[in-house]
Design a protein around this ligand. Structure first.
Ligand SMILES: *[C@@H]1O[C@H](CO)[C@@H](O)[C@H](O)[C@H]1NC(C)=O
Ligand SMILES: *[C@@H]1O[C@H](CO)[C@@H](O)[C@H](O)[C@H]1NC(C)=O
Ligand SMILES: *[C@@H]1O[C@H](CO)[C@@H](O)[C@H](O)[C@H]1NC(C)=O
Ligand SMILES: *[C@@H]1O[C@H](CO)[C@@H](O)[C@H](O)[C@H]1NC(C)=O
Ligand SMILES: *[C@@H]1O[C@H](CO)[C@@H](O)[C@H](O)[C@H]1NC(C)=O
Ligand SMILES: *[C@@H]1O[C@H](CO)[C@@H](O)[C@H](O)[C@H]1NC(C)=O
Ligand SMILES: *[C@@H]1O[C@H](CO)[C@@H](O)[C@H](O)[C@H]1NC(C)=O
Ligand SMILES: *[C@@H]1O[C@H](CO)[C@@H](O)[C@H](O)[C@H]1NC(C)=O
Ligand SMILES: *[C@@H]1O[C@H](CO)[C@@H](O)[C@H](O)[C@H]1NC(C)=O
Ligand SMILES: *[C@@H]1O[C@H](CO)[C@@H](O)[C@H](O)[C@H]1NC(C)=O
Length: 422
């Protein structure tokens, strides 16, 4: 009996290892502690999309010494690109690069920490070659790095200052008059920065830097999107569309841009109902539903919209109230099989709330994870959210065991059998 159950659990264990090894995921947020910024890592259940806390890993940098719920006023403070994780350290003016284990997304390894050539980094844009980090403090602007598995290398020719645009303190006072996000255009031929205005004083705007033959334009093209007050998050829409959330204008900004000359066309404003969606700050796209989701911090709401890409018209599909006044902050979506799952930071309760996107207009609550209490006193609440899923490759799942694995298995069974009978 015992031997049988041992064989059985061993085989089960092995099959679990094989399955999990090829198809597993994690969600990352950060502690923002003033003495040690940490990535808070949670495992994603592949079958349910629910989260389980795993570990907190130092970034070798620091967060901020404030207790505000949202001291970054930004989207994109944590970004995943393939097997790499990038995290800003606003307190130590650095960017950290981790590698993510291809066999276990909850295992991350710090490989590089580099200065951002400014103060208070808040957002990072990543493509296959570069990571560009936006500083939001007194010395604001951005710096780009090329990156490999050996770490980050500064590209000094891409350093740009924005102090002539934004006059701020460190930490910045906001949300008005703060930088929001840095983003690559869909074709990677431009860098776009969103900047909040000051209500009734000046409008917020976007800055588009074009990249021609690998060189970044010295000066950006500045555009005020129609209706813009406090442009916050940016989410790409197809090949040349952009969606922005605007908590000052209380709605969505949609526009088309040219990555070759920085021009903006067909810019539209769509209001939301502020009694159910106030302070619309973050946004994300679901490839499975084809819809976009905005997060309204003031009311703790998800606003699902569809965008007509040929007109930029926005249709509000559904409002979802988050449970239990948990607050709402940054968001991310991960795809498990044919289903997308949306995660939102619930700041007030220090939780990550999960929704299953069953289809357009049909998001259902899918549990919540309570994060461990922050290890440092004086630490703000968590910021930034990103996920990583290593999907299974059918060739790997179906691959028969090699001679080496078979020998190991036979040895293990033999070993455990002799262990149990003595
Ligand atoms: C945070 O600020 C408070 C007062 O503003 C100060 O007493 C405390 O030492 C600071 N903590 C750190 C880690 O800087
Ligand atoms: C992180 O900090 C530790 C201790 O100071 C240091 O040994 C290590 O090299 C740092 N790692 C990176 C990637 O900077
Ligand atoms: C860093 O920032 C300063 C001030 O914004 C700028 O003059 C300098 O060119 C930047 N780049 C490097 C490599 O220092
Ligand atoms: C920036 O703001 C400070 C405080 O409001 C002000 O004293 C200073 O003149 C401003 N600087 C610029 C360049 O506008
Ligand atoms: C593109 O850049 C490369 C390397 O800097 C240079 O050799 C080449 O002449 C450039 N091409 C054009 C069309 O500017
Ligand atoms: C910018 O490029 C787009 C196409 O990418 C074109 O339609 C538009 O006319 C150009 N605008 C300017 C001002 O050159
Ligand atoms: C906004 O939402 C509230 C609460 O659901 C509702 O009573 C009100 O009619 C809505 N306003 C509009 C203009 O749809
Ligand atoms: C876009 O929306 C506006 C009003 O919001 C409407 O007048 C127009 O017909 C719409 N266009 C299309 C193509 O749906
Ligand atoms: C909301 O709070 C109640 C009471 O604290 C709790 O029983 C319930 O599980 C919470 N709901 C969610 C979705 O966490
Ligand atoms: C939403 O999706 C769930 C799960 O697929 C399904 O049971 C439910 O009927 C759907 N609701 C609507 C309104 O379509």
């Amino acid at each position: 009996m015992e031997t049988f159950s041992c064989y059985y659990s061993l085989l089960l264990m092995l099959s679990v290892l094989i399955t999990d090894g090829n198809c597993q995921g994690a969600v990352y947020t950060m502690s923002m502690s003033p003495t040690m910024n940490q990535v808070i890592v949670s495992r994603v259940s592949i079958s349910t999309g629910q989260l389980m806390y795993v570990a907190s890993v130092s970034t070798n940098g620091t967060g901020v010494n404030v207790t505000a719920a949202d001291p970054l006023f930004s989207q994109g403070s944590i970004m995943v690109y393939e097997n790499y994780l990038f995290v800003v350290n606003p307190g130590s003016n650095t960017l950290s690069q981790f590698s993510i284990s291809p066999t276990d997304a909850t295992q991350i390894t710090l490989i590089s920490v580099q200065p951002t050539n400014g103060t208070y980094p808040i957002s990072v844009a990543v493509n296959s070659m570069y990571a560009c980090v936006l500083n939001g403090g007194t010395l604001n602007g951005f710096r780009c790095f090329s990156y490999t598995s050996n770490g980050l290398t500064t590209m000094a020719s891409y350093d740009r200052s924005l102090v002539l645009y934004v006059n701020q303190t460190t930490p910045p006072m906001g949300p008005p008059n703060t930088l929001s996000q840095i983003q690559f255009s869909a074709d990677n031929q431009a860098l776009i920065v969103s900047v909040k205005g000051v209500p009734n004083v000046f409008s917020g705007y976007i800055l588009i830097y074009t990249i021609n033959n690998g060189s970044l334009s010295l000066n950006p093209k500045e555009t005020v999107p129609t209706g813009a007050v406090l442009p916050f998050s940016m989410t790409l829409v197809g090949q040349n569309g952009l969606l922005l959330t605007d908590p000052g204008a209380n709605g969505f900004l949609t526009l088309s841009y040219s990555s070759s000359n920085g021009s903006v066309m067909n810019s539209l404003f769509t209001p939301v109902n502020t009694s159910v969606a106030a302070a619309l700050c973050w946004s994300v796209y679901s490839s499975k539903t084809g819809n976009y989701y905005g997060i309204a911090a003031g009311t703790g709401t998800i606003v699902e919209i569809s965008i007509n890409p040929s007109t930029n018209n926005v249709t509000i599909v559904q409002y979802y109230m988050l449970p239990n006044q948990t607050g709402a902050l940054d968001t991310t979506i991960i795809t498990l099989g044919s289903t997308d799952y949306l995660y939102v930071i619930g700041t007030k309760a220090q939780v990550i709330i999960s929704y299953k996107l069953n289809g357009p207009g049909n998001a259902t609550l899918n549990g919540q994870l309570t994060l461990p209490a922050s290890p440092q006193v004086g630490s703000p609440l968590v910021q930034g959210l990103a996920g990583y899923v290593q999907m299974s490759h059918s060739s790997m799942i179906l691959r028969p065991m090699g001679i080496y694995q078979s020998l190991v298995l036979i040895f293990m069974i033999f070993f455990m059998q002799s262990f149990m009978f003595h």
